[in-house]
Design a protein around this ligand. Structure first.
Ligand SMILES: [Zn+2]
Length: 298
């Protein structure tokens, strides 16, 4: 058995400590996506047992952000789909509302002005939409005092999109960050802050970045890994269960196998950004198969 993180002190409802940081999930809304698109070549007879689809073959999804507080920083990981989507896209994705992030932050004693860093995994609209909002008919940064971190490769992918995922990139979500001087383009994995590292993958989209909040390995503490679209829901833990959206299926399978092995070896809890039912979980390996072993509330 490994040692669990301690429940956060000021919020008994949820939250967990990893190293010197308190980590809390922030719910940024529900949406629906075509089940076939979410599971690629996996037969519907299999995936429908994990996440049953509605009459339109859509499965329920969530946009969940992660708030990391500690060492005088308030870091937000991804910002959900936001409030700027067109009526047409809201209808396609079954979006009826966008939770107000100010309200969520206020529960933790913060305002949008207190957010110091916004870590964007990639620029698909369901991850970065909330990074900007409309004010006086103009898109402006939602967190005016924050530095926004985006991988250079992903920025290039958005600025010069390919025909395959062009529709996932919306300029108003990220160009205002550059215009207002809040953008920091990064190049490859790095130690972002003490106890927080970034990990970069390429299979879903070039330069997708993940965040790893590390527990103390000497004390055998757990770490928290933000999976983003490498493993969007807990149903995507099996190596071959991937999305039709992934640009490079073979690469994502290799990456997933690699990071799941590391997760077992280094006591990582996995954080699922799109899972309606399970925000985070511990995993285990049995007969060479990696499966979910325990849900975790964060
Ligand atoms: Zn994506």
């Amino acid at each position: 058995m490994h040692k669990s993180g301690m429940p956060a002190q000021d919020d008994k409802r949820k939250g967990m400590k990893f190293g010197e940081y308190e980590c809390i999930s922030i719910d940024l809304g529900n949406f629906y996506t075509d089940g076939g698109a979410m599971f690629g070549v996996v037969p519907k007879t299999l995936w429908k047992k994990k996440i049953p689809p509605d009459k339109m073959n859509r499965i329920p999804m969530r946009a969940v952000s992660l708030l990391i507080k500690g060492k005088r920083r308030n870091i937000l990981v991804d910002t959900g789909y936001g409030s700027k989507l067109s009526e047409k896209l809201n209808k396609i994705y079954g979006i009826t509302s966008c939770p107000d992030i100010d309200v969520s932050l206020s529960r933790h004693g913060l305002t949008i002005n207190d957010v110091t860093d916004v870590f964007i995994t990639h620029l698909h609209f369901d991850h970065i939409g909330g990074a900007t909002h409309i004010k006086n008919n103009q898109p402006v940064p939602s967190f005016p005092n924050a530095v926004y971190y985006i991988q250079k490769k992903q920025w290039e992918a958005a600025i010069h999109p390919n025909i395959r995922d062009k529709s996932s990139y919306i300029d108003d979500n990220y160009l205002p960050l550059k215009k207002n001087g809040l953008l920091k383009l990064t190049d490859g994995p790095e130690k972002l802050f003490p106890g927080i590292e970034t990990i970069v993958t390429q299979g879903h989209t070039p330069g997708q970045q993940h965040i790893l909040i590390k527990g103390d390995p000497i004390k055998n503490e757990e770490s928290l890994f933000f999976c983003a679209d490498l493993i969007p829901t807990s149903a995507h833990i099996p190596i071959a269960w991937n999305m039709a959206y992934d640009l490079d299926p073979l690469t994502i399978m290799e990456e997933k196998a690699h990071f799941l092995k590391r997760a077992i070896k280094e006591n990582w809890i996995l954080f699922f950004e799109h899972d309606t039912y399970i925000t985070a979980a511990r995993i285990t390996e049995k007969n060479k198969k990696i499966t979910l072993s325990e849900k975790v509330t964060i």
